[in-house]
Each structure stands twice: as structure tokens, then as C-alpha cells.
Design a protein around this ligand. Sequence first.
Ligand code: AMP
Ligand code: MG
Length: 429
Amino acid sequence: MKSLDQIARELQGYDPQALSAQGVLDFLERLVTPLAETETVSLFDAPTRVLAQDLISPLSVPPHDNAAMDGYAFEGAALRADSALTLEAVGTALAGQAWRGTVGPGQCVKIMTGAIMPAGLDTVVPQEFVTLAQAQPHPRVTIPAGLLQPGDNRRHKGEDLMQGEPALRAGERLTPAACGLIASLGLPQVQVMRRLKVAYFSTGDEILSLGEAPREGAVYDSNRHTVRALLMRLGCEVIDLGVVRDDPALLRRAFSEAAARADAVITSGGVSVGEADFTKAMMKELGDVAFWKIAMRPGRPMAVGRIPSGERAAILFGLPGNPVAVMVTFLAFVRPALLRMMGARPEPQVLLSAHSDEAIRKKPGRTEYQRGIVTRHSDGTLRVRTTGSQGSGVLRSMVEGNGLIVLAHDQGNVTPGDEVSVMMFDGAI
Ligand code: AMP
Ligand code: MG
């Protein structure tokens, strides 16, 4: 385990007083390591977990060539470009059971979607394309010319997954699609990383918990609820330690309990410069902690480090107090770090490009995250406008926006029509 000083020495140009957003990510990547413990869970408990094993497909999905449409299965080689094809329908293949008959030249089989393709047949004509004439001993089906190619409307054995091939890799987050894929392999259980335990509390004498009576100068604790919900989205086990007053004994107890019970501790408030409270002092006393001024807006101050507890240590993320700053620093830095701890493979960050509808003032030398509303215009282009006031206390902006306009470190003012990058919220918030 490297000390914070060691990590700092590894990073070129590390300056805790003016750290770039990229510098924060580079630091955190060295600070946090993936969990080691895994467990086996039922697929019913697998959503949001992280897969701990490569899953090799024990069977092929689908297990047989089958029909993609309700219609008539026949041998595609009989199709002619310039003439219709008439065939005798000698039987019916239903989904869920194999049709055992044999099909000769000039014959076809009525088939249902998902039914196994009878031996020797490779093409399905959808039933709405044919004309059907009653005849003895079998009805006649006529397929118009030029409609089909051999092989149409047939699903191949293993086209989803082939037996023996990797279906999912360790580190995969078990999204709804991944859970369905695992079920399609017939696997009732999977080996996953154990859940990451994250404790959080809010600090500040002016912060009220829900249920407390409003009083002058006090605000309700929104951070605890955004942090909790963000963690739940990630699939973490959450440990709520409430609001902690600005009192050394209470803070000591909260940090110690958090470090003892959790893999990571998230606090909000009390890390700004000139903050007249005990939060920073207690972090310093109990842990190996760096205090940063990040070249970003919102979210300049942040504390990061380790708080030891017995043999192990919990990772500390001391976020600023302002509600938007909490969410932005969480999305930009804490989320990728927690995913790494959870054993998840890094997600490539996909930023959209959209034309700004408005001028945006921006100083080079810091990364700015403005709340934006992306829409598609009638001409098909993506446009983005800001949500208005970008104050770091305006939490409404996070609700109204559908993404963050990311104005890069070196970027200057934006003029209307310029392309800007947007980090869409999607499922993250
Ligand atoms: P601080 O970082 O402690 O200086 O707080 C900055 C601003 O965020 C102040 O206006 C605080 O009142 C506000 N704030 C701090 N913690 C919370 C919280 N848990 N919920 C809502 N607002 C908060
Ligand atoms: Mg404060």
C-alpha cells in the first residue's frame, strides 16, 4: 500500500493547490485497489453486482437453427428470381418441439417463430407474403418472385452465444441485459465481487436532518440523500451515519465508526479553505489525508486519503459542502474510484458533442461542469443550453439538466454555435 506522499511523488507536476481534474483521476487510480473477496449469489440477487469470473457459455443460444417469423420453411435453393414458387405444405413445426417428418422437393412446412428448422430447410417465408390454396392431400403455398433470398428469416444456432465461447468477462457490471444473458445460458448462480460498503455523513452545524424543525440560518441535509441515492445506483451497501455536529468528540466517533465498518467513507462539507471547524483537523489526525484545491468548478476543495482501522484502512473522500459540488465531484472522481474498488472494468467515458445555444463564459486553467439540457433540433443536430444559474448550491439545476457540459481545462469562452462536450447523466444520477 503506497502512502499518499509516495503516490504524489509518482505524479508529474502534482500540485495539491492547483490539481487538474485529470490529476485527481490519476491520483485516485493509484490510491484505490479492487476488492479481493467474492461470493456466489443467485441470479435474482445479481443486478448491480460486478461479475467476478469469466463466464464461458455452457451451451449455444439459440440451441438450434430456428424460425425468426411465423410462416413456411423451405429450401432456399428452389427460389427463382423471375418466377413464383409453389410448394406443398406437408406439416407444421411448432415452437418447443421438433417436427419429425421429412420434406421432399416441392414441399414446405408451416412453422412458428422459434420452432426448430426441419432438416434440410434453410429459409422461411412470412405467412403474410404467401397465397394459400386448399388442395388434397396438402394445401399449396405460393411465394411471389423476388421477395426472398435463401436463408432469410432463419436464426442460426449459436448466433447469440456459441457454446465454449466467453459470454461475459470478469469485471462486467450486471446490468439488466447482462442478467438476461446469464439466464439465457441456464445459469442460476454467478460469482460476483462482494458488495462495496460505503459509509457517509454530512458535517456542519447549520445542517438539519429531516424531521428537525427549521431554524434561522439552517438548511436541510440534501447531500446525504444525493450521496445515498448515487451509491445505491452503483450497487454499494450504504451505511448512513447522519449529520455530525462540528464537535471533535462526535467527529472522531463518526470517522472511527465509518472506517471500521466501511471500505470507503464519503463526507460532505468542512473541507473549504478557512473553514472554521474541526472536520479537516480530525481527518488529519486520524488518517493519511491530502487536501486539494482542484482546478475545477464547481467543487474546488476536496480531501482524499486513508483512515486506518485495525489492519486495514478505509478510503476517504471528503467532498465540499455545496450540493451541486457534491454531485459533480462524485460523478467526476468518486464514481470511477468506487467502480474500481468494486472490481468493475473502467467504463469508457462517452461524451456527446452538441452545439451550444448560448455564449458561455469560461476561464482557461480549470475544468468547468455546467448543467445542460441537450435536445435534438428539427435539423437533426444536437443542441445544448445551460439550465441558467450555475451556482453550486442550485441543486434544481441537476434535476433540470440531462447532462454536464464539460468545458476542458484549457478551453476559453464559448460562442453560440460552438461545439461543446456533454457528459450525459443517463443512469448515473
Ligand atoms: P462547506 O463546504 O461546509 O463550506 O459548505 C458549503 C455550502 O454548502 C454551505 O452553504 C453549506 O450550508 C452547504 N452545505 C453543506 N453541507 C450541506 C448538506 N449536507 N446539505 C445541504 N447543503 C449543505
Ligand atoms: Mg461547513
